[in-house]
Design a protein around this ligand. Structure first.
Ligand code: PRP
Length: 186
């Protein structure tokens, strides 16, 4: 089933299958829906580009009024480790003052990106800010003063690609999450 993808030969292993993604995202949607008042509207902020797939699937599992916005910030170049520097490439279009913001991330690694984004968005006086991340690498955390409210999967410190996550911009369209063979990036 998963073997016929153009990228499957580049993977050392598959760590999260399509079915597992679907099931967990459904659960996250329920948890998130239950955490707000039913009449509240939330502004889902997708952190480009990795969170695009997750945002699209998660939004369909959230039973609330939802508005989409997008922010592009980058901490990695074409390498595999965080540079520690966050650049805002595209800011929000929506005014979030007095509104409920849900930040949607694909992966929380060092935590530096989310810490920066949350601090910046707080200055705009939203009614609330929550974070949902599909993946989290607890071993890699540098920034201790930030936690996601909702986490899809905790994963080990391996270089993962697929379902939005890239290596040098490729592999984002792989429909599941796998570990890239080390010889491809080392
Ligand atoms: C990745 C990921 C997060 C960030 C996490 O983005 O999507 O935004 O790194 O790392 P951190 O917790 O160490 O800060 P990246 O800059 O690779 O951009 P992309 O989503 O466009 O691939």
């Amino acid at each position: 089933m998963n073997g016929d993808n153009i990228y499957s030969a580049d993977l050392a292993e598959i760590i999260i299958t399509e079915d597992e993604l679907k099931k967990r995202i459904k659960e996250l949607g329920k948890e998130i829906t239950a955490s707000y008042n039913p009449e509240e509207e939330i502004v889902m902020v997708c952190i480009l580009r990795g969170a695009v797939m997750f945002m699209a699937d998660l939004a369909r599992e959230i039973n609330l009024h939802v508005v989409f916005d997008f922010m592009d910030c980058s901490s990695y170049g074409e390498g595999t480790t965080s540079s520690g520097v966050v650049r805002i490439i595209k800011d929000l279009d929506e005014n979030i003052e007095g509104r409920h913001v849900l930040i949607v991330e694909d992966i929380m690694d060092t935590g530096i990106t989310l810490k920066y984004v949350v601090e910046m968005l707080k200055t705009r006086n939203p009614a609330s800010i929550k974070i949902v991340t599909l993946l989290e690498k607890p071993e890699r955390r540098v920034e201790k003063h930030i936690e996601a409210d909702f986490v899809g999967f905790e994963i080990p410190n391996k270089f993962v690609v697929g379902y939005g996550l890239d290596f040098a911009e490729r592999y984002r369209n792989l429909p599941y999450i796998g570990v890239l063979k080390e010889e491809l990036y080392s």
